[in-house]
Design a protein. Structure first.
Length: 426
């Protein structure tokens, strides 16, 4: 391929929360192959259905220059591949690179001399050059930076956010040679209206991405720890944050359950790499541990308040409103609510799970509980509002109270209601 975006024949590998919006945006400018190994996902997209609720049916049906396929052979016509597969962690909280390795293996069977592979998946610094490139060389028998090239442009998608989308989030770009760096940068500038930041190397771009969410994780951990301290002192955390925010340079973070495919995962990628080079992180892991424990803390606060109100715990009906990892989003991966549910089950409580954004099948598979599809009046001993979906914020506190029995506890994690309207706030 010549160093010219006009020569690029593009394929997006992985059509999830990152890949699909990216493919749709690029399809406004050029022909795109949208590939995913999930046949069900491809068939739904062809029908105009996005189960993630990130794109509209009209966008899918009008994408005439976008080919949805699960046929690997369709990748043969491409000469530039953008990899947007997930990079989760395993049970030991170590990087699970299986999806990344699988995507790289598939691409390696089709790449030709001059082809370009761009990765968007979040990884630790050095991963692309240490894990992916040797695999490509071995399987394709092509030489890196002579017969094929690589780039890295980390995703910055924010599920559920209709304001910060692909075209108006500044993009980091990088390439394995100076000319490839320029090519990658020019390609993304086709769709990114607010411009890009060219990193000097792939490693710098990898590191920049992984620290974005690590920083956020640590800031939330600090506020979570402060909320625990303030609760013990009978001080309302939100009032403290409102007061502190009156200073111009105070960073405004909120306490809460931390989960999702980024914030709850990315710090473990960085700490894994740090340990491999002989350094044991302290602050990063401390923040991660605290945020991982917040679900148990929330459950214990709810249980203790119910005890104080002399509500019998065994057989108590508790409603959990919100299961996604954040507001107005259908993504349930690594949801912080999972630990809350796990802890409440120990007390023999009957749990009703409700989230209008999340697929009921996914809820059942994740929590092993059949979700309710509508709210029940006069039924609950406790209500936990864990996610600030717009549907929940539109409800008055009187509507929440009508769901409850005569004696009840309302725990508002997201500060939707005033402190005198609920029993507990985080």
């Amino acid at each position: 391929m010549k160093y010219n975006t006009k020569k690029i024949k593009l394929a997006i590998v992985g059509l999830g929360y990152v890949g699909l919006p990216l493919a749709i945006e690029f399809a406004k400018k050029r022909s795109v192959i949208g590939f995913d190994i999930n046949n069900k996902r491809i068939n739904q997209l062809k029908l105009g259905i996005d189960k993630n609720s990130e794109t509209k049916k009209k966008e899918l049906k009008n994408s005439n220059r976008l080919l949805f396929t699960s046929n690997k052979n369709d990748l043969e016509t491409a000469n530039c591949y953008i990899v947007t597969v997930p990079t989760p962690i395993d049970r030991s909280k170590k990087p699970d690179l299986k999806p990344l390795i699988n995507a790289t293996t598939i691409i390696s069977k089709f790449i030709k001399k001059g082809d370009l592979i761009i990765y968007e998946s979040t990884v630790y610094p050095g991963c692309i050059e240490e894990q992916c490139i040797p695999l490509i060389e071995n399987l394709s028998k092509l030489k890196f930076n002579k017969e094929f090239f690589c780039g890295y442009s980390p995703e910055r998608m924010n599920p559920g956010d209709k304001k910060h989308t692909v075209s108006n989030i500044k993009k980091i770009t990088s390439g394995s040679t100076p000319k490839i760096r320029d090519l990658v940068d020019n390609l993304y500038n086709e769709i990114v209206k607010v411009g890009t930041h060219k990193a000097s190397s792939i490693k710098v771009a990898e590191a920049a991405k992984v620290i974005e969410n690590t920083q956020r994780d640590l800031n939330i951990a600090l506020i979570n720890e402060l909320s625990i301290i303030f609760n013990k002192m009978n001080i309302d955390t939100q009032e403290v944050l409102d007061a502190a925010s009156s200073k111009w340079n105070f960073l405004s973070f909120k306490p809460g359950l931390v989960g999702g495919h980024c914030i709850g995962v990315d710090p473990y990628y960085l700490t894994f790499k740090a340990k491999s080079i002989g350094y044991k992180p302290k602050i990063i892991l401390a923040g991660r541990k605290l945020n991982d424990r917040m679900g148990y803390y929330v459950a214990s606060k709810l249980i203790n308040k119910m005890k104080k109100k002399l509500i019998r715990l065994k057989g108590a009906n508790i409603l959990i409103m919100g299961l996604a990892f954040k507001e107005n989003c259908s993504d349930i991966r690594n949801s912080g609510v999972q630990n809350v549910v796990r802890e409440l089950k120990k007390f023999g409580c009957n749990l009703d799970l409700y989230d209008p954004w999340v697929d009921p099948v996914e809820i059942k598979n994740t929590f092993d509980i059949d979700p309710i599809l509508s709210l029940k009046k006069n039924n609950y001993d406790g209500v936990l509002i864990s996610v600030a979906h717009d549907q929940f914020k539109s409800l008055k506190i009187s509507a929440i109270s009508k769901l409850c029995k005569k004696k009840y506890v309302i725990y508002d994690l997201k500060h939707i209601y005033k402190k005198n309207e609920v029993d507990l706030r985080l």
